[in-house]
Design a protein around this ligand. Structure first.
Ligand code: F6P
Length: 499
């Protein structure tokens, strides 16, 4: 492994301009068209030699073996002793996991049909409470696709700040609201508090049996039953589907309801197409694997601490926050699977925003700042609005111009007007923003995370790092651990002593 990493670290590095000049087939080699998406890695510093070195590293790290174990339903999450079954949700996995996922999807669909047939009375509003992986995926999908197809007013509330819930229900009629409680564990404090306040809001609004209008999405169905939700309205999913990989399972219910079952199926099909690409394409023609090479190159070889994702499409504005959880919760680790220190940079800090807005806010630093930031542009060829086509043309023109400017730079005798250039970017160009293409896009990001983890030898499927803070909050809540540091003690006293 050390030898393979040395080859990666020592492969000759040229400027982007020199790479284009030296490698006439560069664009062709580093552009992949798959599942309705163009992935263009040509404006990154991956030379032919670098790709070869990374391919050798992938071999040494047994990326292919780990990938086969993932799709074969073996223990892909060893620290929790579980498989990782998100691909089985889209029909690509161990046959028994696929069969179980299909059964659970059938239950989802039956419930959706019943809601559409008004079996629970009229439903106009969907109030979804959940947090992290139990909110970010559905939120992204409904926001991206619900503009055209949204059949219900959908509000997704995650923050425990009561203002979030108050705002969400402000325009809702409690009598025609369906409350969806999404929590893999069904114990998450924020979600359980939001759920009980939402139930209280329904009760105060005169709904006779609020619990009769609740749907639970969970891998702990017994807890939902204890909560008082009828079994027919509890939609389980497998414990082996990780929270941030769960939008394909019953956690996708609000999206399936709001967008329609056909859209949900298209989402799964798009993801399955990307699964097959990831499983079958050789490393040098494999979009998630090449993207992982780019990530590792900038994080490890060039020491970039962050990576920035800009969605040049309003419909994709929730992509950066979605990716923040997927990438940082998965690979923000310091030890390898065997517990030994990983000894190199793991996940970069993912940040970003929406183009063109970000151009007028943060791009100064990207063009002239001292940090190296690999940038990712995500755009779509088809517009999302029916206004003057000039709007969408301008969006794409700006997106492409920024990538070109970052690479080209511009010389000047005036240091204030000098652009160093040679700054890398990847462009991901969707044919259109529809369910199938988004399924493929999200699956691409999942596999990229997995490929990064395999190269680093870490487990992307656990998240023990979030537990300590939760435990401290519980201890503080019960005031049963009064040995916090002096600063925290003073803050507690300042905020609560008047209670
Ligand atoms: O705190 C992190 C986390 O465990 C995420 O991994 C998860 O997506 C989120 O909390 C919500 O958890 P749950 O779905 O169990 O409520």
């Amino acid at each position: 492994m050390d030898e393979a990493w040395s080859a990666v670290e020592n492969a000759e590095t040229k400027t982007l301009k020199d790479l284009f000049a030296a490698e006439p087939d560069r664009l062709e080699r580093l552009t992949i068209d798959e599942a309705g998406i163009r992935f263009d890695f040509a404006k990154t510093h991956l030379s032919r030699a670098e790709v070869d070195a990374f391919a050798a590293l992938a071999g040494a790290a047994d990326l292919a073996g780990r990938r086969d174990a993932l799709f074969g339903g073996d223990i892909a999450n060893p620290t929790e002793g579980r498989a990782a079954e998100h691909t089985a949700e889209r029909g690509e996995g161990a046959p028994e996991s696929v069969a179980r996922a299909r059964q659970l999807h059938a239950r989802m669909r039956t419930l959706i049909d019943a809601i559409e047939a008004e079996a629970f009375g009229p439903v106009r509003h969907i109030l979804h409470v959940g947090i992290g992986g139990s909110a970010l995926g559905p939120d992204f999908l409904v926001d991206a696709l619900g503009r055209d197809a949204g059949r219900y007013d959908t509000a997704i509330v995650s923050n425990v700040d009561g203002s979030a819930l108050e705002e969400a229900v402000a325009g809702f009629d409690p009598h025609s609201t369906l409350l969806v409680i999404a929590s893999k564990t069904f114990t998450t404090t924020e979600t359980m508090l939001n759920a009980s306040s939402a139930l209280a809001w329904m009760e105060e609004g005169g709904v006779e049996d609020p619990l009769g209008r609740v749907i639970a999405l969970t891998a702990s169905p017994e807890k939902a039953l204890e909560f008082g939700i009828d079994e027919t309205r509890v939609l389980p999913f497998s414990e082996s589907v990780g929270g941030r990989f769960s939008l394909w399972s019953s956690i996708g219910f609000p999206a399936a309801l709001a967008l329609g079952w056909d859209a949900f199926e298209s989402l799964l099909e798009g993801a399955a197409a990307m699964d097959r690409h990831f499983r079958l394409a050789p490393p040098e023609r494999n979009a998630p694997v090449l993207a992982a090479f780019v990530d590792r190159y900038y994080a490890d070889v060039r020491g970039a601490e962050t990576r920035a994702v800009f969605a040049y499409d309003e419909r994709l504005r929730l992509l950066p926050p979605y990716l923040q959880q997927l990438e940082m919760e998965s690979n923000g680790k310091s030890v390898r699977v065997d517990g030994s220190p990983v000894g190199r940079a793991t996940a970069a800090i993912t940040w970003g925003g929406v183009g063109t807005d970000a151009q007028h806010a943060v791009f100064q630093l990207l063009h002239q700042g001292t940090h190296l930031v690999p940038v990712e542009f995500v755009a779509a060829i088809e517009p999302g609005d029916s206004l003057d086509p000039e709007h969408h043309r301008q969006l794409l023109i700006n997106c492409f111009a920024q990538g070109a400017a970052l690479m080209a730079g511009r010389g000047s005798d005036d240091p204030h007007r000098f652009y160093p250039g040679d700054r890398p970017s990847t462009t991901i160009l969707l044919g259109r923003v529809d369910a199938r293409t988004l399924g493929a896009l999200i699956a691409f990001y999942e596999h990229r995370v997995f490929a990064n983890a395999a190269l680093l030898g870490i487990n992307p499927f656990d998240q023990f790092g979030v537990e300590l803070g939760k435990e401290m909050a519980k201890a503080l809540d019960g005031r049963n651990a009064l040995d916090f540091d002096p600063s925290t003690e003073a803050l507690i006293a300042r905020a609560f002593d008047a209670e």
